[in-house]
Design a protein around this ligand. Structure first.
Ligand code: EPZ
Length: 417
């Protein structure tokens, strides 16, 4: 079993080129299945979740090749619209293929994603929307059998919650459906804007992506295209947090500063200094950081839930008391046990975490609980005194492309064993 061995306390200094966004690559890989032709996706991160998505495409009859951060998908013929059970269990966000399979073939057989480390992860908003679009859904022993006996048609859909996955899945089903689909209270995350840009380049008719109401006019066919995946804003936040936790000075290249308002603002509240152009961020934490009285995770453009654990790892060593409220997922504080083993002083009260800053964390052996929780342990280990060992790296490898290489390049003492 692989593990990270980190000797903390090294100030991080240097340049990092930000990887492509996992949460944009996954829905766009699914969207490639809608196209009767070849798509070339550039700046695609090399992650286990991306490999799983390619396996689903291959299983459905597409040809999928990945080399040097570019994925080529040939989706001329779809032989079967099925998301294999094992892949659904391995990656719950595989549910994002449901919309594309329904859009392209009018049917889909899928395992039920079920809960994960962050909570129950229901898909009721996805399924309710599909039923409004003419999809019949039968569930037997945890398998969903979806068909469209009278075809797939547009619908007016209001989301009770601005779910990212549900917004993406509806878009994927709507672009080839009969007539117009209107999604109100849609999620506004930048990855949705990226997905819409890819689909429009393939010939889809979409307006309003990135706003709260999205209009999609179904078309008959989509062709493939060449598209560059947007930079990963959560990975960007991770590297900023690593620099903040070690008092470092870094420059992030090929970033997407337009999608980072809710994140850069939080680091500035902590008294980090950051200046940026459209694609480059100059960041330093060379003075004592400040606690944050109240930090609340919100749907975009608020502070993202995916950055909650990452920022908590920094606040553990910041003088003063910070309150963090997790409003999106019901169980997203699982990383606090590990941080407390490293000497952090954190109290959990329901969806709130109260972080009392300590002078210094100390190394420990911890195991990653989930993707961003694992990233939080990485950040804590980089600044803790002594040696930190992190196991269960498969969680971290789902979202970070060779993080140990990136961090070692800017002065971290970290090795993958
Ligand atoms: C996406 O997950 C991201 N994953 C998550 O990133 C991210 O945390 C989340 O959006 C919120 O920004 C991908 O894009 C692959 P949601 P998703 O549907 O689509 C409830 C990471 O670390 N809900 O917006 O699953 C749900 O339970 C991952 O990269 C329903 O109740 O998020 C949750 O409480 C983790 N019914 C809330 O909405 C539904 O049908 C947000 O979920 C769907 C969701």
């Amino acid at each position: 079993m692989q593990k990270f061995v980190i000797h903390g306390g090294k100030r991080l200094e240097g340049d990092i080129t930000v990887q492509g966004a996992k949460n944009s690559a996954l829905p766009i890989l699914s969207a490639a299945m809608l196209c009767d032709g070849e798509s070339i996706l550039e700046n695609c991160p090399e992650l286990s979740d991306v490999y799983a998505a390619c396996q689903i495409l291959t299983h459905s009859g597409c040809r999928c090749r990945m080399e040097n951060h570019t994925v080529t998908i040939q989706a001329e013929t779809i032989q079967n619209a099925e998301i294999p059970e094992n892949l659904m269990q391995e990656m719950r966000s595989s549910i994002i293929f449901l919309g594309a399979m329904l859009g392209r073939t009018g049917e889909c057989i899928s395992g039920y994603p079920g809960g994960c480390e962050l909570g129950s992860r229901p898909i009721d908003l996805h399924l309710q929307a599909f039923q409004k679009m003419g999809v019949k859904i039968q569930e037997e022993n945890g398998i969903l059998f979806c068909t469209t006996p009278n075809g797939l048609h547009g619908a007016k859909i209001h989301l009770q919650f601005p779910s990212v996955g549900a917004t993406e899945n509806i878009m994927l089903a709507a672009v080839l459906a009969d007539g117009e689909t209107i999604i109100s209270n849609a999620a506004r995350e930048p990855e949705i804007f990226d997905l819409a840009n890819y689909l429009k380049k393939c010939g889809a008719k979409i307006t309003g992506a990135g706003e709260s109401t999205i209009f999609i006019e179904g078309v008959k066919k989509l062709h493939g295209c060449t598209y560059r995946i947007m930079p990963d804003r959560i990975v960007t936040a991770t590297w900023l947090a690593a620099a903040a936790a070690t008092g470092g000075t870094i420059r992030l290249l090929q970033a997407d500063t337009g999608s980072l308002e809710g994140i850069l603002d939080v680091f500035e509240q902590m008294h980090c200094s950051c200046s940026h152009t459209k694609k480059t961020i100059c960041f330093s934490a060379n003075k004592p950081l400040k606690a944050i009285r109240c930090l609340k995770t919100m749907p975009y453009p608020g502070f993202p839930t995916d950055a909650q654990a990452i920022v908590m790892a920094v606040l553990c060593q910041v003088k003063g008391t910070s309150l963090i409220e997790e409003t999106i997922f019901e169980n997203r504080f699982r990383h606090t046990d590990a941080l407390m083993r490293m000497g952090a002083d954190i109290q959990i009260a329901g969806r709130a975490a109260i972080v009392h800053g300590v002078k210094k964390l100390h190394g420990a052996t911890v195991s990653a609980t989930d993707l961003r929780g694992g990233a939080a342990m990485l950040i804590a280990g980089l600044s803790a005194e002594g040696e930190t060992v992190i196991t269960e790296l498969s969680h971290i490898d789902r979202g970070y492309d060779k993080p140990e290489k990136i961090l070692a390049n800017i002065g971290a003492d970290i090795r993958r064993r």
